[in-house]
Design a protein around this ligand. Sequence first.
Ligand SMILES: Cc1cc2nc3c(=O)[nH]c(=O)nc-3n(C[C@H](O)[C@H](O)[C@H](O)COP(=O)(O)OP(=O)(O)OC[C@H]3O[C@@H](n4cnc5c(N)ncnc54)[C@H](O)[C@@H]3O)c2cc1C
Length: 449
Amino acid sequence: MPLAQPRDSTIAVIGDGFGSALVHTTAMYLGFRPEQVTVYGPADRPFATYQQFAFNLGQTVLRSESESHFLPADWPTFAQLDAWSRRSLAPLGRSIRRKYNPGVPDIMAELAAVQARLGWDANRYPHRIGWVQREEGPTPHFVLYDEEARYAGRAKHVMLAIGHGPLAFPPALAKARQDPALVDRIVQAYEPKQYAPGGRYIVIGAGIASVNEWANALDVGAKVLALLRNPVPDEQDLNTPRCLFESLGIDAFQGLSFDQRLEFLAKILKGTSPKRRAWADKVRRGRAEGRFDQLMGEIDQVEQGPAGLRVHISSQHGPDPGWLDVTGVVAGTGFAKSALTLPLLRRLVQHYQLPVEQGRIVLRSNCGVPGLDRPESRMCVTGIHANPVVPNGDTIAGLKYIARRFVSDVARAERLPRRSFASRMSTQLSLASASADAIRHVRHAEQLA
Ligand SMILES: Cc1cc2nc3c(=O)[nH]c(=O)nc-3n(C[C@H](O)[C@H](O)[C@H](O)COP(=O)(O)OP(=O)(O)OC[C@H]3O[C@@H](n4cnc5c(N)ncnc54)[C@H](O)[C@@H]3O)c2cc1C
């Protein structure tokens, strides 16, 4: 049961996702008492938000590898846990070859087991936070208010772990979605959707979310127009290896023919689910049947048309494709990265005049919020909004790194007595054992690498 009343705590974690779980786990591991850490947010499981997106995408294994998981210390790795749980050496063999990715159900089972033991939910105040006030007082601290401006508690240190902004759409599509006649035909890859057999769909992007949608549409007998703004996607999908889209990778990619690109994408995108393993063959077949094509350009106008939508596409890389009649548009354009798209961050930026560059809060190198963060009363940011400081801040590994730095700083500020190695080891082993038990009862997800 979550908390029924606001309370004072040493650490407030605003947000109820992966980032919150990692701050909470790290704090318990280093020796904070449960009542010293309060998590704020309505979700009763720290994977609820992620799970919905993963489901919509059809993700069955994580993109990240064996070190990315939810135990406070890194050892045992997830491959070791998996091997122990299922009494199999296969995960270890794969891990040595860097071909092991934790299954989505497995990682959620681990997180659920860890949080049940450490009491994440029992120390959660189930309200979204709308405002945080810096108080100087004799002891600097923060006062929290929920989105209805009701008092929600006080804390000496705050971690902002509120996750992504809304799903992002190119401007012309965002505008068209305001029209009730068009909105149902323009969706994000991370949203639920249905394709009509024989329909013609534009899919924007070529990251794994878009590739999934190519295959989904071709599977039901629809036609796909893959639309790229540039020769390679600049909307970076979460599951697209970041190195691919740096200059060297882009130059190499641009020199390839369509078939070579397809082969290359098939190699590096691996697939998120077994069903998607054969997507490159599906695309080749679709192309041969005249049901798959690729276009370079950007949608700049959308209106109602005989097939559902009429869209105008212009291109900086050749002649404009012009007007096209399509059944719908799917955007694999990910999440809005600007802090200003989230009301709580926008209010903090406006009120405390926080520095912002290209929509991102200019954080200190320890992820502290400038002007609000002090050594004796820290305010930090984790997740995607910490990416300019920690480039993988929105992955499990990055969230863990930020959580460790933050909780260690707070432990120093609070002069937390150091927990003995043996005591921490005992916590780690009991959490590992609970996780192994939980994983054993989950259906094994097929490895794709
Ligand atoms: C489909 C998908 C696949 C991914 N695959 C991988 C992978 O393979 N490996 C990897 O390492 N990472 C992966 N990630 C990335 C990353 O691990 C997740 O995005 C992670 O969930 C980010 O954690 P977070 O806590 O920052 O945000 P979230 O988990 O999104 O949690 C933020 C929570 O805060 C809540 N919130 C928002 N505003 C407030 C407020 N004002 N008050 C209280 N609560 C609020 C939100 O409702 C949300 O529940 C993937 C992400 C997605 C979407």
